[in-house]
Design a protein around this ligand. Structure first.
Ligand SMILES: Cc1cc2nc3c(=O)[nH]c(=O)nc-3n(C[C@H](O)[C@H](O)[C@H](O)COP(=O)(O)OP(=O)(O)OC[C@H]3O[C@@H](n4cnc5c(N)ncnc54)[C@H](O)[C@@H]3O)c2cc1C
Length: 303
């Protein structure tokens, strides 16, 4: 096999589209979340090409259909193990959860990253109905409304500031009595009039009839909000590739920018699993294109 793609989010399907068109005859394993993270949301308003917006499911079905039409072999299954050929002289050996074993000259890793949640039942109950883990994605739907951001690190401060430009009021719910964010970031938060920090506070639950109307707090108070944004980190799905594949301290796969090359010849990484910064569908799709082109170039150079 020339190219194996692991993951079926925007990065994986876009890699499949490009790899199919350049004759790499890719096989793609979907994993246990076919279509990736966008299938967990309702409206998607910021993916180019949909003037009226679309839904996460529709967008991912379109990408899948396009990859299939061009010849990608899309299979159900989770990759459980990879024995990498560290010098690129022999194929990489891959195991799938149904027992399939296969050899491939190149691998495109597009396994995404999972947002961390608090673990409350109410987060699932109100998913897409007031609970979000991405201010850039969903902030627009809360213009002139009141929201809360959970977390005290740089990401939480950045998300709070972004939301403060759109929303009437932003609460930051911080577990401790300090922010973990950089001093510069903390200063910006303090200087933003419509951000209020609730120290030593945790969310215990949510309430609302057709969506979030408020949060029950550990202080005993009920806080009226229209949306709750989690900003307590992400977990890149890179565990099965480590330690052979080099990752940063948080587990994001390191690539040789501006390419998608990893430290192992013939292995490329794209999308959220290699992106601690942007984590958007369009940037994932863009890097999926790069990964397929990098894989093609690698095989051409190898002859
Ligand atoms: C609720 C929510 C709403 C969002 N809204 C927006 C939005 O409006 N606009 C926007 O641009 N972005 C949005 N995002 C972010 C966007 O979804 C991600 O940036 C994007 O999906 C990342 O794409 P990806 O292909 O890197 O990975 P993912 O979409 O995370 O897909 C990863 C894929 O890898 C597969 N996989 C994982 N491990 C294995 C394995 N071992 N074997 C095989 N397959 C595996 C999974 O099954 C999955 O198919 C949202 C995210 C969430 C969670």
């Amino acid at each position: 096999m020339k190219t194996l793609i692991i993951g079926s989010g925007p990065a994986g399907y876009t890699a499949a589209i490009y790899a199919s068109r350049s004759g790499l005859e890719p096989v793609l394993y979907e994993g246990n979340l076919p279509g990736g993270q966008l299938t967990q949301t309702t409206e998607v308003d910021n993916f180019p090409g949909y003037p009226e917006g679309t839904t996460g499911n529709e967008l991912m079905e379109d990408l899948r259909a396009q990859a299939e039409r061009l010849g990608a072999d899309i299979r159900m299954g989770v990759v459980t193990k990879v024995n990498f050929s560290l010098d690129g002289t022999s194929p990489h050996h891959v195991t799938v959860d149904d027992g399939t074993e296969l050899d491939t000259d190149t691998i495109i890793i597009s396994t995404g990253a999972s947002a961390k949640y608090l673990g409350l039942d109410d987060e699932k109950k109100y998913a897409g109905m007031g609970v979000s883990a991405c201010a850039t994605c969903d902030g627009f739907f809360y213009r002139k409304k009141t929201v809360a951001v959970v977390g005290g690190g740089d990401t939480a401060c950045e998300e709070a500031q972004y939301l403060a430009t759109l929303c009437k009021k932003v609460y930051m719910i911080v577990r401790r009595d300090v922010l973990r964010a950089s001093e510069a970031m903390q200063r910006k938060v303090r200087e933003t009039d419509n951000i209020e920090i609730l120290w030593n506070t945790q969310v215990r639950g949510l309430y609302g009839t057709d969506g979030v109307e408020g949060a029950h707090l550990s202080t005993g108070q009920d806080l009226a909000i229209d949306g709750l944004f989690l900003a307590i980190g992400h977990h890149p799905n890179s565990d099965i590739f480590r330690p052979a594949i080099e990752c940063d301290a948080e587990g994001y796969i390191k690539v040789k920018h501006p390419t998608t090359e990893t430290n192992i010849p013939g292995v490329f990484a794209c999308g959220d699993v290699a992106d601690p910064i942007y984590r958007q569908a369009i940037s994932a799709a863009g890097s999926g294109c790069h990964a397929a082109m990098d894989a093609h170039r690698y095989l051409m150079n190898k002859g």
